[in-house]
Every structure is written in structure tokens, then in C-alpha cells.
Design a protein around this ligand. Structure first.
Ligand SMILES: [Zn+2]
Length: 305
């Protein structure tokens, strides 16, 4: 495998994550509070949205205000599930790719979201830098991350039941390829990349087993939606949403293209001249071939000759 010193990727290939976690896993509360947060943070309309780690497309229809949405995931089988849900049309472009090696030209997207994905990033700053590069100036990036500075972790730490400190800036890997982050660390990374943080919402204030069992979901969702605004002042919940805006560049730096082919660059050599050969795209610079099959562009590994 050609990993090009990329950090390891958490792969949901063949996973029934959508069914087991979301549909039957008692995650209605989390799903509904996310829908509310997205509504609060997303612009009403937009041109081109990049959904990073879209999975089976649970959130995708919430971005319908954008003319077109690039639905990206590392797992092809997750994208197939997203296709079943959303259908094949000009509105949705399905792309299998590694977040560390994004196959897009610079300054392309005026919107991007990454929800429940940073959680699996061994090198978060590297991933965020890739995202910054493909975003247009003034573009809006909505990032969700798992917060290590949550009340449960703080209590466990203070009671001596947990070794790692929730107060320090470094990420904690509590299970292999599952990371929680300090809100200040995430803010620092975004600011270093030239993003300004426009709004912070906190979610899942009531992610507690007995509450979820005994209190009707609608009531929990209602109170969570009110408490989300307190994210502006403090962040002690397991899930945090940030709305970041990419700094404006000098005029003329934004590339606008209508053809889907024009979005892409070769993730291996960076060449932006890809030639459409029906079943694959061929890079004019390094001649690598990237598969296009059943409506999914695959930029993970080039086709072997
Ligand atoms: Zn190339």
C-alpha cells in the first residue's frame, strides 16, 4: 500500500455503523441535537460543500441549501449506502479519499463540514491543513470534535479513576484511533491556519444513560438546544461544534469551475490536469489512474496497470 507517510486511517469499510450505531443504537437524541446545531451554523445557501467523513449520508440532506455537495468518505461501502439514501444526481458527487491526501484543487469549496471524524484523526493539524487548502477565502467550515474536557472526564480525573488529565492540551487516545481533544487546542490549530472562530456550540449535555432511558427524547433535545448557546462561554460537553471562517485572500484567488472534473487534482503528484477516460481519470503528469465506478470517484489507491 502506498501510504506516502500518511497517518493511519480509521476505516469503516464493510461496517454497518449506520444501522447499529444510529438507527438501532439509541442515538436519536444525538442525531436531533446535531440537526439543530447544523441549522444554526450553516449558511442558508452556498455553491459547493465538502462533507468530510460523510459515512452513509446521515447529515447530507441537511446541506441542501448548497448547489452541490461532495460526499467524501474513506470507505467505499459507506458511500454506496449514502448513494442508496440520496440517489445519483448532479447534486451529489461521491468521492472515496483519504482526508490527509485530498484530491481537490486549492480554494475550491465555500463550505465544508467534518462531524464525528476528527475523533479518528491521529494527526488532526495535518488533516485541518488539507481542509484549509481546498477552501475558498471566506468559506465556512463546521467542525465537530469529541471534547476531552467533559464533565464526566473531569469528575473521573478528580476522583482518581482516570489517569489522563482532561485539562491539558494534548489529545487523548482512549481506544486505538479514537481521540478526544481539548477545545483550546482545536481553536489554536484553526487560528494558526488563518481561520477565525465565529461561533461555538456545545452538544450532548444530557448524554447520560439513565436520562436517555427515562426522559423522553424530545424533552432532552429541547433543553440541549437551549444549552447549546452556552458553548460561547464554556465547553464541558462530550461534543463541541465550531464554525470557522477561512480568512479572506486577495481578490482573484478563488477558482470557480462548473465541471466536476475541474474540482480534482491527483492526490499523488498534485497535478490538476486529469483526463476523463470514462472508467477512470488519468493524471496527465504522473499517468496514475483513479477509478470511477458506479458513480464513485476513488482516489485512495491508483489502479494497478
Ligand atoms: Zn499525478
Amino acid at each position: 500500500m502506498d501510504t506516502k507517510n500518511s497517518p493511519p486511517v480509521c476505516n469503516y469499510e464493510g461496517s454497518d455503523y449506520q444501522t447499529s450505531f444510529w438507527d438501532q443504537g439509541g442515538r436519536q437524541y444525538e442525531d436531533r441535537t446535531e440537526a439543530i446545531a447544523l441549522k444554526r451554523l450553516l449558511p442558508k445557501s452556498g455553491r459547493l460543500m465538502l462533507e468530510l467523513g460523510a459515512g452513509a449520508g446521515r447529515n447530507t440532506s441537511r446541506y441542501a441549501g448548497f448547489d452541490r455537495i461532495v460526499v467524501l468518505d474513506y470507505s467505499r461501502t459507506q458511500l454506496e449506502q449514502a448513494q442508496e439514501r440520496l440517489g445519483q444526481s448532479d447534486k451529489y458527487i461521491y468521492v472515496a479519499a483519504d482526508v490527509y491526501r485530498l484530491p481537490f484543487i486549492d480554494d475550491l469549496f465555500d463550505g465544508a463540514t467534518m462531524i464525528r471524524v476528527l475523533h479518528h484523526m491521529a494527526d488532526a493539524p495535518k488533516a485541518l491543513r488539507q481542509i484549509k487548502n481546498v477552501m475558498a477565502s471566506g468559506g465556512i467550515f463546521i467542525l465537530e470534535f469529541a471534547n476531552k474536557l467533559n464533565l464526566k472526564a473531569i469528575l473521573r480525573y478528580l476522583l482518581g479513576r482516570q489517569k489522563w488529565s482532561p485539562f491539558t492540551l494534548e489529545p487523548v487516545e482512549f481506544v486505538e484511533l479514537n481521540f478526544d481533544f481539548h477545545p483550546d487546542a482545536v481553536q489554536n490549530w484553526l487560528k494558526e491556519l488563518g481561520f477565525s472562530i465565529e461561533r461555538i456550540l456545545t452538544l450532548s449535555h444530557f448524554r447520560v444513560g439513565f436520562l436517555k432511558r427515562f426522559v423522553p427524547t424530545g424533552i432532552l433535545v429541547f433543553f440541549d438546544s437551549i444549552f447549546q448557546w452556552t458553548g460561547a462561554w464554556w465547553q464541558y460537553t462530550p461534543s463541541v461544534f465550531m464554525k470557522a471562517v477561512r480568512a479572506k485572500q486577495e481578490a482573484g484567488s478563488v477558482k470557480r469551475t462548473l465541471s466536476v472534473l475541474g474540482y480534482f487534482k491527483c492526490p499523488d503528484c498534485g497535478g490538476s490536469a486529469l483526463v476523463d477516460k470514462t472508467d477512470y481519470l488519468e493524471c496527465s503528469s504522473c499517468k496514475k489512474r483513479w477509478e470511477f465506478k458506479e458513480g464513485i470517484y476513488d482516489f485512495r489507491e491508483p489502479i494497478k496497470n
